[in-house]
Design a protein around this ligand. Structure first.
Ligand code: G1P
Length: 289
């Protein structure tokens, strides 16, 4: 099928400055959500969405991310000899999880540039983009929800969420016609607008399904907000010259690049964990009384 989405691009070159000093040496994508590195949570979403191949766009100091998905013979050997079969299974499962290739973003020129670095690895087919700062819990994986919209309409799709008006300057903001439940035909996109400039409070969240045509627009995109090559600016071209659908996804989103968002995501995930959830709930009660 021509519009089948088989590949996902995950930019992991970001510096994680909002979580310093934790991210000075450790890539932010490896910080744990309870016991699972954030990047693994993202890759589990990719796989649950039916995507077979992942393209990691990496930068300096991010080698440990690739190691996480590689075999670790010494560790597996020790766990096997000790009879720690549960741990052994969890470690082996990770290395078998995904077919991943890495491309290097040599200069930190922005999200649009990071996606453009994946051009050759993606080729001439539609692809998903997942930003690992955004963790989304939902009954149907968010990327799958977007793929379903893409396959139905055969146009690029971005995920949207209504945010408080005080927060619009942290996002790409969209305006368009709401033509069906959850669906918007996007006309205007502005990256990190001021409150006065913002055309709405509908923010782009870090899930996209895009046609390969976006690479042509990215190649022609000059530096925009924050002096970076912005994916949002190339999406504005796509919306104008072809079409772009905004989709208000179902699910709860956490911005784990932010201290509070990171903690909320951890607490929510831990409360749902069979092993530690009940004890954590009891502990939290003692704290708020
Ligand atoms: C990026 C995008 C922005 C989007 C946001 C979602 O911004 O450029 O359009 O709204 O992700 O998390 P960043 O958070 O990298 O500054």
């Amino acid at each position: 099928m021509k519009n089948k989405v088989r590949k996902a691009v995950i930019p992991v070159a970001g510096l994680g400055t909002r979580l310093l000093p934790a991210t000075k040496v450790v890539p932010k994508e490896l910080l744990p959500i309870v016991d699972t590195p954030a990047i693994q949570v993202i890759i589990e979403e990719v796989l649950a969405s039916g995507i077979e191949e992942v393209i990691l766009v990496t930068g300096r100091g991010k080698g440990a991310i690739e190691d996480h998905f590689d075999h670790s013979y010494e560790l597996e050997d020790v766990l096997e000899r000790r009879g720690q079969t549960d741990q052994l299974d969890s470690v082996r499962r990770i290395s078998g999880l995904v077919r991943a290739v890495s491309v290097r973003q040599k200069f930190p020129l922005g999200l649009g540039h990071a996606v453009l670095c994946a051009k050759d690895a993606v080729g001439d087919e539609p692809f998903a983009v997942l930003l690992p700062d955004d963790i989304i819990s939902s009954s149907t994986p968010c990327t799958r929800q977007l793929i379903d919209v893409f396959e139905k309409y055969n146009e690029g799709v971005v995920s949207l969420l209504r945010v408080p008006e005080t927060d619009v300057d942290r996002y790409g903001i969209a305006l368009g016609e709401n033509w069906a439940p959850r669906l918007h035909r996007i006309r205007t996109l502005i990256e990190k607008p001021t409150r006065e400039q913002a055309p709405s409070n509908l923010a782009i969240i870090g899930r996209y399904v895009l046609p390969a045509k976006i690479f042509d627009f990215l190649e022609e995109t000059a530096a925009g907000a924050d002096g970076e090559i912005q994916l949002t600016d190339a999406l504005q071209r796509l919306a104008r010259d072809r079409a772009l659908i905004g989709y208000e996804f179902e699910g709860e989103r956490h911005d784990i690049g932010d201290k509070l968002g990171f903690l909320k995501c951890n607490i929510r995930t831990a409360l749902l964990n069979k092993e530690i959830g009940p004890q954590l709930r009891a502990y939290l009660r003692t704290m708020v009384e």
